[in-house]
Ligand binder design. Structure first.
Ligand SMILES: [Fe+2]
Length: 299
């Protein structure tokens, strides 16, 4: 058994403190899972985890900012499954948007018509690299995301997953100036969303990488060019090109898989994609998504 991984200190993400960074980097790399299978934890009932199941999920999240659970609840559309699982991991405060059901847990499925169909999560199209809630203001930072699969599609609907801390390491090793550029408070701006002449969401400027009050790294990002304005200076553009290169390459730390019914992903809002999918009368994809202001609890 290895010792429990310490939370990174703020110093690990301070460009002036190379020693703190290297110590954190070495510990992170040593413990990072080598394959998707290492992330998977079998749980009997996500609503009532055993202490060992809970510990196993938390331990994966400490190592890789994510864990996958597999349970025999496939086909059961009870929202208490993801809600109770989240609560047991310290995930209490849901970020609700106006498209989510009232309780803040969004059913991601193909919307036949109406407002939801205008937004990619509610279609069967692919979704490029992003973290969730990148357009949220700082006071509604999404630190954790839970995806719970009730039903799969006929085909497709896979996810790629990449721990944003590993992307930070790749970028900083390449050139620390990339980190400096992406930590700038005006690195990326999400334009205002205006509906019928009314501002539904004001423009949001902010950093890509930030460090929260507890010393944890957070990332805001989307590869969608249409919904974002990047700072135009050379340093930001170079950092962005490097980041795009990393995301487009076959990273050794990237995981790829599909959530099957009863499975779910718990994550500290890591980078992810989704491939397009096709439903059939027998297999209509339904994923519950919950976004939280907390990170997955420690220990
Ligand atoms: Fe997402």
């Amino acid at each position: 058994m290895s010792a429990r991984m310490e939370a990174p200190t703020r110093a690990a993400f301070d460009l002036a403190d190379e020693a703190a960074y290297l110590a954190w980097r070495a510990a992170k790399l040593a413990r990072f899972p080598k394959a998707l299978a290492e992330l998977v934890v079998e749980v009997r009932d996500p609503r009532a985890l055993t202490p060992a199941e809970r510990r196993a999920l938390v331990e994966r999240c400490e190592r890789a900012d994510m864990a996958i659970y597999a349970s025999p609840t496939g086909g059961d559309a009870d929202k208490e499954i993801p809600r109770q699982l989240g609560l047991q991991l310290g995930l209490r405060d849901l970020d609700s948007n106006y498209l989510a059901d009232d309780d803040g847990i969004s059913p991601l499925a193909v919307a036949a018509c109406g407002t939801r169909g205008e937004f990619i999560p509610y279609t069967n199209r692919g979704i490029k690299w992003h973290t969730d809630g990148y357009y949220n203001p700082a006071e509604r930072t999404v630190r954790a995301v839970l995806l719970h699969c009730v039903a799969r599609a006929e085909s497709g609907g896979e996810n790629e997953l990449l721990d944003h801390e590993m992307v930070y390491i790749q970028l900083r090793d390449l050139n620390p100036q990339h980190i400096r550029a992406l930590m700038a408070h005006d690195a990326m701006t999400i334009p205002a969303r205006i509906d019928d002449g009314r501002v539904e969401r004001p423009a949001q400027a902010g950093p890509v990488f930030s460090v929260d009050a507890d010393g944890f790294l957070h990332m805001r990002y989307t590869a969608r060019a249409v919904s974002i304005e990047w700072k135009r200076d050379a340093a930001t553009q170079a950092a962005l090109a490097a980041l795009e290169h990393i995301l487009g390459a076959a990273s050794p730390w990237l995981f790829r898989g599909r959530l099957e019914p009863g499975m779910g992903l718990v994550s500290n809002n890591v980078l992810h994609t989704r491939t397009p999918f096709t439903d059939s009368p027998q297999h209509q994809r339904l994923i519950y998504r919950a976004r939280y202001y907390q990170r997955v609890a420690a220990g």
